[in-house]
Design a protein around this ligand. Sequence first.
Ligand code: DND
Length: 201
Amino acid sequence: MKTCVFGGTFNPVHNGHISLAANVKNMLQPDRMIIIPSRVPPHKSSEELVDSVHRYEMAKIAADIVGCEVSDIELRRSGVSYTVYTLEELRAAGLDGFYLLMGSDMFFYIEKWYEFRRIMDMSVLVTAPRREEETDELNQYAEKLGKMYGARSIVCDFQVTDISSTQLRNMMANGENVKDYIPDQVMQYIEENGLYTRVGT
Ligand code: DND
């Protein structure tokens, strides 16, 4: 069984996330592909986080676009949403063959993740460059992780849009147009719920 897991804060979800998920789905043809919004992200302050219910709803829209599932597994778990616990919970529920999707920023940060060696034992790490120049660096880092920890990694040869949720929150708070980066259905949800109207929200 091949199970792709794509966790994130998704504050908000955007076309970079969606293109990564869609391209990987196309490339790996997994049996299951699951987008998992975190309740309490391990590495971020909660100040700028909109409620997890909203982030979950936006992730659901993204999952529909990609043609995959969304899970509330981390929203139902109290405490910090560590990825290792999520993978263990999914494994206990009978899933296996994990491919863990992440952007290049998170990939370069993997040695800081809680119990990252267990994550590497349980999953293949899958990432993609945001810029062409990043490809070599990603491949070198993947090789290093392989030598040091036996990590298995896939560095995809497609590129994703170089945009972040932080940039988009700031643009929206400043009244700038973000339609090129956020799908219409997500934009509609954001507007209907009055999200991201102030700087720092
Ligand atoms: P983010 O807060 O970076 O999510 O969290 C990513 C995932 O890593 C979450 O599931 C976290 O729980 C997990 N994590 C992080 C750090 C430590 C630990 C776990 C731990 O267990 O100790 P974002 O919403 O910002 O982004 C979601 C994903 O999309 C990330 O992998 C990010 O790199 C990626 N991404 C892009 N991918 C393609 N194109 C873009 C992207 N922007 C962000 N433009």
